[in-house]
Write a protein that binds this ligand. Structure first.
Ligand SMILES: *[C@@H]1O[C@H](CO)[C@@H](O)[C@H](O)[C@H]1NC(C)=O
Ligand SMILES: *[C@@H]1O[C@H](CO)[C@@H](O)[C@H](O)[C@H]1NC(C)=O
Ligand SMILES: *[C@@H]1O[C@H](CO)[C@@H](O)[C@H](O)[C@H]1NC(C)=O
Ligand SMILES: *[C@@H]1O[C@H](CO)[C@@H](O)[C@H](O)[C@H]1NC(C)=O
Ligand SMILES: *[C@@H]1O[C@H](CO)[C@@H](O)[C@H](O)[C@H]1NC(C)=O
Length: 268
């Protein structure tokens, strides 16, 4: 009797262990649907493997690493992946490292990533991501790497990211970002790791410390002063000419009147 109970218990535990995690399954299924893999380098990224991707520490999915039966690392770099990032990535709630760098992924960075409360590394560099950097990333309190360099990201850098006190690497260079660099990132206080100009360069309309002052700005100020002075001078010349013409015309009129008057007047 005891033996059967033990066997039953073991069976139950085993089925429990091999049972899929529904969150990870949703995450992987949607990610594989939103990404495109034209070079077919993600073999084994098949539906049957999403249900139970982990066997101990190893994973049947190339690029995925497991811990306690959950995906904790996704590293799919330089695979010519296209498509976009599924918001369901947020269902991989044990994820500590997400590295999809050096692909051709388009579309926005989903704000839903804020649910990844264990995330320490976010490397989406060298892709074709567009849209704004979601300020919600500041909710991932353990983030210590945000590498978004070489994309098409636009808008301002959210100052909320400065709240991430563990941040030791931050790179948004070579995007289409604009506006001022928040002091919370450009000029970090206390003993927080500081980021130099290399983290911010290559964004045409981004300005502020630690980037060097924009030369173009200085030129345009000069140009504005030049235009102002020039137009001032032109209007001066114009009004002067105007006054001259007016004077000439009235002079002629007066001469004419004088002539009329004198012709009407009898000669004395
Ligand atoms: C995935 O996440 C969404 C919202 O974050 C949640 O509503 C949904 O239940 C999750 N799905 C699974 C299977 O965990
Ligand atoms: C692919 O997945 C199967 C299980 O579905 C596994 O037996 C096999 O080892 C995996 N191959 C690789 C290269 O991971
Ligand atoms: C992000 O990935 C790129 C390319 O794989 C790598 O060169 C870079 O060092 C990574 N960034 C960080 C901060 O580790
Ligand atoms: C950086 O911050 C310090 C103090 O927080 C301040 O004194 C300094 O002026 C700031 N530098 C720039 C370039 O904004
Ligand atoms: C900027 O910081 C990076 C490390 O974050 C370092 O490798 C690089 O040498 C620094 N560049 C300058 C000009 O200080």
């Amino acid at each position: 009797m005891g033996f059967w109970l033990v066997l039953l218990f073991t069976l139950l535990t085993c089925t429990n262990l091999s049972k899929s995690d529904p969150s990870d399954e949703a995450c992987l299924t949607h990610l594989s649907q939103s990404l495109k893999d034209p070079a077919n380098l993600l073999q084994n990224w098949t539906r049957s493997n999403f249900a139970s991707p982990c066997s101990g520490f190893t994973s049947y999915l190339p690029g995925a690493t497991c811990n306690n039966g959950r995906i904790y690392k996704l590293s799919l770099t330089s695979l010519s992946l296209q498509g976009s990032l599924s918001p369901y990535l947020a269902n991989c709630t044990n994820l500590q490292s997400l590295d999809l760098s050096s692909n051709q992924i388009t579309g926005p960075i989903p704000a839903d990533l804020q649910s990844l409360v264990n995330l320490a590394v976010l490397n989406l560099s060298s892709n074709r991501l567009e849209g704004e950097i979601p300020p919600q990333l500041a909710m991932c309190a353990y983030l210590n790497v945000i590498d978004l360099h070489d994309n098409f990201l636009s808008g301002q850098i959210p100052q909320q990211l400065g709240l991430l006190v563990r941040l030791s690497a931050f790179d948004v260079s070579n995007n289409k970002l604009s506006g001022p660099i928040p002091a919370s990132l450009g000029n970090r206080s206390g003993n927080l790791p500081r980021f130099n100009a290399t983290s911010f360069e290559g964004n045409k309309d981004l300005y502020g410390y630690p980037l060097p002052p924009m030369k173009a700005k200085g030129l345009s100020v000069l140009a504005i002063v030049g235009i102002g002075l020039g137009s001032g001078f032109a209007s001066l010349v114009l009004s002067f000419t105007g006054v001259c013409i007016w004077l000439k015309v009235t002079e002629q009129k007066m001469a004419l009147e004088e002539g009329k008057i004198s012709s009407l007047m009898p000669d004395y």
